[in-house]
Design a protein around this ligand. Structure first.
Ligand code: MN
Length: 165
């Protein structure tokens, strides 16, 4: 078997790695759009038209706050943290499922001491994420729960939902 043949089996390795899967650190962004996030593309096959990725956010890190037409299906896979979906901040932990609808602001944060690892299923062909404008952010932070979340220290400390009131 040569290395350029398709691989139909990738053995799990130590530390949430998989055989032959490159671990890509997200480059740090001068606008601090995201922090301490790595990405591994686990499945990407043109015949499927979807991709399964594994993201890992180090403690204190966060994914990009963004929205787009394509959707995400997320399973929390390791650790715990919080996510913002639309106008709702929730604590999330291993095996929780999170759906991100079209054009919905979303961000995942590894709050506290734990990292946050999650599987993310996404369309292979997808639109480019939109970033919040200053006006968008001003609307979001009117909600104190969201403001606290974006500040990195969510008031939500249990797995209970905390929804906008
Ligand atoms: Mn997204």
């Amino acid at each position: 078997m040569t290395t350029d043949q398709p691989t139909h089996y990738r053995k799990a390795e130590q530390d949430f790695r998989w055989e032959g899967v490159e671990k890509m650190p997200y480059k740090e962004d001068e606008r601090a759009l995201f922090k301490a996030v790595t990405r591994q593309i686990l499945f990407s096959d043109p015949a499927l038209d979807g991709e399964l990725r594994y993201f890992e956010v180090a403690p204190g890190g966060f994914s990009t706050l963004e929205r787009h037409e394509h959707v995400h299906a997320v399973m929390i896979f390791r650790g715990h943290g919080h996510c913002l979906i639309g106008d709702t901040v929730r604590a999330v932990a291993e095996r929780d499922l999170v759906s991100v609808p079209p054009m919905t602001w979303h961000q995942f944060r590894a709050t506290g001491d734990a990292l946050l690892g999650f599987l993310c299923l996404v369309n292979a062909r997808r639109d480019k994420p939109q970033l919040p404008t200053a006006d968008d952010l001003a609307v979001l932070v009117k909600d104190p729960v969201i403001a606290t979340f974006l500040g990195g220290t969510p008031a939500v400390s249990t797995s209970d939902d905390q929804t906008k009131t």
